[in-house]
Design a protein around this ligand. Sequence first.
Ligand code: SAM
Ligand code: SF4
Ligand code: SF4
Length: 345
Amino acid sequence: METASTAKEDLKDTLGRAMKDLRISVTDRCNFRCSYCMPLDKYEWIDRSEILSFEEITRLSRIFVRLGVEEIRITGGEPLLRHDLEALVSQLARLEGVKDLSLTTNASLLSEKAAALAAAGLNRVNASLDTIRSEKFRLITRRDDLANVLEGLSAARRHGMNPIKINSVIQRGINDDDILELVEFSRQHGFWIRFIEYMDVGNSNNWISDKMVSKIEILETIHARYPLKEIGRADGSAPAVNYQFLDGIGNIGVIASVTEPFCAGCTRARLTADGRLVMCLFADQSLDLKRLLRSGADDEAILSFIRSAWIARTDRYSEERLEAMNSGDYQPRQRRKIEMISLGG
Ligand code: SAM
Ligand code: SF4
Ligand code: SF4
């Protein structure tokens, strides 16, 4: 039986959505410059003194768990750039009430880190990989790291991580001709693959809807070569719709944030590296938890602040985007959003 301190609240926002997932960005720095995420050469980085310590992150996570969070994902920027990340993994893995702990990474440093992460209690990983051709990889990420990424995936497997999920963002005219190769690669190596519709995150990726390859187009390409059957979402709040290969080999899903938004089931809260609470990937506002934390507030005060913010939550940006796109008046750069590197996807 749960003790009073671990009992979870049945918190709901204005649209009846619970808070079940927490995405924690541990750094806004990245060693890649993916065209769809961080295309500029220079950014205004968060000052180091503003970055939450592992102890602060763990304390906040414990409070989020009391409010209903069951799944935690560590992300960034590139989370493996954060020194000694395994120490945070070890603290979060021990939190009572967390059913799932995962890491989203570009995998370029994973071969060096996999052993320590696995020993610290990380048992699965999501790796971003949009092509397995080295020229194209360089074009998309502006780095020459494909070999390191592939080694990172092998190391994760050697250290028993399972599943290893590959996330591929598909952009028209860039890597829409890589879809089948990515499918084959993942089937061959036993990695799960999740295709992601290209989104209008942040303010600098010059998103236009024509560059987005829809879920339907992605599935048509795959189905013509490897017939598929829809299985559905793993649960009501899962972003990916899963499919089964009729030959039984592999595991595939598509995250259709643009063409089939899933805001109605969005149970995700986000914590930025500098301790701001963000309620939506496309938000233009955040709430400063760090200030509260560092002003000496006790857990109950922080909990009640987060609770009030979640209860007032109204975000449904992707549904609004689709409505605007359908009526022909969507302007992706009208609202100044928080950058993806602060939010971590
Ligand atoms: N650096 C890590 C990585 O690349 O996996 C973690 C952070 S990254 C911001 C998290 C995820 O967001 C990645 O899977 C990335 O592909 C995805 N992402 C970034 N920009 C995107 C965009 N414009 N549309 C769709 N997905 C995007
Ligand atoms: Fe870095 Fe990940 Fe963004 Fe690429 S998607 S620039 S690896 S944070
Ligand atoms: Fe959640 Fe915002 Fe994405 Fe909708 S647009 S699914 S509310 S993060």
